[in-house]
Design a protein around this ligand. Sequence first.
Ligand SMILES: [Zn+2]
Length: 351
Amino acid sequence: MTRPVTEGVTSSEVKILKEETPKAPENPFYEIRPVPGKGYGCFAIKNIKRGTRILADDPLLVVPIAEYFETDIKEEFAKLSPKDQALYFTLHSAHGQDPKNWPKHIHPTVEGRERCRIEEQHKARTGKEPTLISIFQTNCMEMDGGAAVFPNAARFNHSCNPNACFSWNPAIRKETIHAIRDIKKDEQITLSYCDITHDKATRRWELKHYGFICDCPACVGDDPQSFAGKSETRRYRLMELEQEFRLTRGEYIGFGVSQPGFIEKLLEYATLLLEEGDYTVRLANTYLDIAIVCEKKGDLLLAKRSALKALRIKLETQGPDYPDIPKYQGVVQRIKRKMAEQEAAQAGNKS
Ligand SMILES: [Zn+2]
């Protein structure tokens, strides 16, 4: 992942960036271009339709267990070819940060491996040179039960109001990037490194780990009428609804069905996600829940409409080869079958 080269960057890193402009893999959608004051970014070379798979990237370095100690990363790095090791070190590193910006002490109750992990990560981000850990921290993405560095996916910059999303696809063993809205030629393609529903203060903390302060439309401006102002109100409501959904969705969906106004709350949540531009699997799952609740309540028409929406969003953001697509197709088919049965019964009653 990339961030402004002006902040906390060592002279050797600037030299690397100047000498070698990173190259995108051969593809019809984007290329890497310099962004004044911000390093590099991935830019559309033609208009890209929402739902397009922009990239399917192989992992370069995989750490299979979610702990990420220096020894684990070293062990995996040693397995790479010299060419891949060199490629790893061309990726951005958020080292060189001011130690004053981070907590000084680790709480005395934190001991053993956890203390060691925190110390290693702190050393990596405040160190003077890029390290295996600092590059891993800046670029890793979740993969199965651990995380991996994807050399091409890592080149996409962040926005809290992104136009693309990333997802690990275990069926094809690749990290995919899909356009989540129509992208115009020459527009920068961005991903959100943090949870899009988090408020500005939380996002700022999360993005600090990448060593930059975000200046996207959701972050800049305090005017309540600006996108950032409206976004803050929307994200606050999204978090409120999520709190409620902990007891009414997932395994508790049966309880949700019995709650008055539950469908309305799910619809409100979906609308807020759309307004925030969070066109991702989270939105697909919300529409799937709306479909299931409507089905249980006997509103098959709204159930079908919502299930189709869920399937479309799922296909557009994770692709037809994503493993649990049949679950979405199954709900659509079940509702259609019920509608056909209902129509047949009604026709039978009439005759
Ligand atoms: Zn932002």
